[in-house]
Design a binder for this molecule. Structure first.
Ligand SMILES: NC(=O)c1ccc[n+]([C@@H]2O[C@H](COP(=O)([O-])OP(=O)(O)OC[C@H]3O[C@@H](n4cnc5c(N)ncnc54)[C@H](O)[C@@H]3O)[C@@H](O)[C@H]2O)c1
Length: 250
């Protein structure tokens, strides 16, 4: 039997990078999937790749910062599959700004994608996850554990996501629901390759978060999410997992 046989997983950020790699890995491990992204064409490619692994997949495009859309999508997932076992909050957005130039809209976008979305989806998913003894895996960042320059909104949101994880872990401590968060270091994904550099930034400051072992691939991180989401990890609840090739070791 595969690691996630019989499980239904709701995965955000699935049109690219870590979300796409996780969807494919979950499909290979026997899960049925509800995948979410912003880019319809790219999401369709993820869906096709998951179907090649014989997974049943529903794909939907929406903004996780839209609370009503989150509630509707979780309801659609449960209506379609009859259950929900795993919520993987992987969608996120990182943009660099000089802090004094951040607009209200920039700030709101950082919070919507990285923090509000995971909360809205958790609110909608928890009643169903409780029925299944299910779990939530959030994807924060080493920017949730340490400061990173030019990233005030992103850092604040990722630190917040760790706090959200711990708060939910305690609120549901007397149930079987599990809530965990991973903190990846640099991964070779569109988030990094598409990163726009503002003018006059200090690269010495920026490169402090690079570490010594280079970038990870999303395929190295996806199995960690699958393990935490699986019944092999029933002892792990409220945990904050660095997955960063030692970057935050000291
Ligand atoms: N790449 C890195 O170096 C790195 C490091 C640490 C943490 N992370 C985190 O890993 C996660 C995955 O990022 P990635 O590196 O695969 O980048 P990515 O840009 O390839 O993927 C991010 C995905 O999130 C989706 N998304 C963003 N905002 C959204 C919104 N409001 N609604 C719905 N979907 C939205 C995007 O469409 C995209 O599919 C993110 O949470 C990111 O912050 C990435």
């Amino acid at each position: 039997m595969s690691l996630l046989s019989g499980k239904v997983a709701f995965i955000t950020g699935a049109s690219s990078g870590l979300g796409a790699a996780t969807a494919k890995y979950f499909a290979e491990q026997g899960a049925r999937l509800f995948i979410v992204g912003r880019n319809e064409g790219a999401l369709a490619q993820t869906r096709a790749a998951c179907q090649q692994a014989d997974a049943e997949v529903v794909a939907q495009v929406f903004d996780v910062g839209d609370r009503e859309a989150c509630v509707t999508a979780i309801a659609t997932c449960v209506e379609h599959f009859g259950q929900l076992d795993v919520l993987a909050n992987i969608a996120g957005k990182h943009r660099l700004h000089h802090s004094t130039e951040v607009t209200h809209a920039d700030w709101q976008l950082d919070l919507d994608s990285n923090l509000s979305g995971p909360f809205f989806l958790s609110q909608a998913a928890i009643p169903h996850l409780l029925e299944q003894k299910g779990n939530i895996v959030n994807v924060a960042s080493i920017a949730g554990l340490q400061g990173q320059p030019y990233s005030a909104g992103y850092c604040a949101a990722k630190h917040g996501l760790i706090g959200l994880t711990r708060s939910l872990a305690l609120e549901y401590a007397k149930t079987d629901l599990r809530v965990n968060v991973i903190c990846p270091g640099g991964m070779d994904t569109p988030q990094v390759s598409d990163l726009q550099m503002p003018e006059n930034i200090d690269f010495e400051l920026l490169m402090r978060s690079a570490g010594f072992r280079g970038m990870m691939t999303p395929d190295e991180v996806a199995p960690v999410i699958a393990f935490l989401a699986s019944d092999s990890a029933t002892a792990i609840h409220g945990a904050v997992y660095p997955v960063d090739k030692g970057k935050t070791a000291g």
